[in-house]
Design a protein around this ligand. Sequence first.
Ligand code: GUN
Length: 295
Amino acid sequence: MSAKLIDGKAAAAALRGRIAIEVSRFRESIGRAPGLAVVLIGEHPPSNAYVRSKVKATREAGMESFEHRLPESIEQGELLALIDELNADPAVDGILVQLPLPPHIDERVIITRLSPDKDVDGFHPENAGRLAIGLHGFVPCTPLGCLMLLQQERGDLTGLDAIVVGRSNIVGKPMAQLLLQANCTVTIAHSRTRDLPAAVRRCDIVVAAVGRPELIRGDWLKPGSTVIDVGQERVELPDGSRKLLGDVAFDEAIEVAGAITPVPGGVGPMTIACLIRNTFVSAARRERFVYERSL
Ligand code: GUN
């Protein structure tokens, strides 16, 4: 049996289309475009590529993009001063500081300095806390995109067994919170989990977010399960060519799973669409603009 492919590219295009319509209504009514400030420090090539895609998607949705590219040598105090400026700027609805930051800058200090009302990444402790206790706030983009794909695929998730492999603040922990809110029974697995294959085999939903290429094998999966692969690592194959691999051994998993996201073309496009969504929602909240709730 061959699993159904979950087309993240199509789902993301549809979401971005719905947002673009709302953005155009917003601009007409409020007289300005929603604005996203993106801060990139240094020359980390994958971060550069992500930021380019985020800026392009922001503009395509009819929103304003403010780019701040800063040298690796920037001091923490200078970065904090920029964040203070962006927090106070009325044209900026969302602020994204691309991670990782250089080692001399304390990520936690930077994230905590963002205004929670403009933290469209959902990384600020206030937004993380809001998610944990079920209050409205910004939800991190990758797990939000994964949840949308899961709900599109399986509808109501109530009662399903779900495992999140990975416990990062950006993906694993918020993903587990979202699945819990959706009434799943949730396991969070990580590098110290004792029998990972057995834990995965019990679950109807698998979200893989460990950053270890092809760690999760096809024979670990419960037949018919839904697999969301957040991993995307560029690896060199024995013949010297380079390939983007997920955390799941795709060729094996497709024989067992009921549905699976491809890499690329699965979760990646949804992360960007959710960033655009969160930025629009931030602008709408700040201007008290009433929008289509299905976003
Ligand atoms: N680095 C990797 N993923 C992300 C993300 O979603 N947001 C930010 N700001 N940095 C990242």
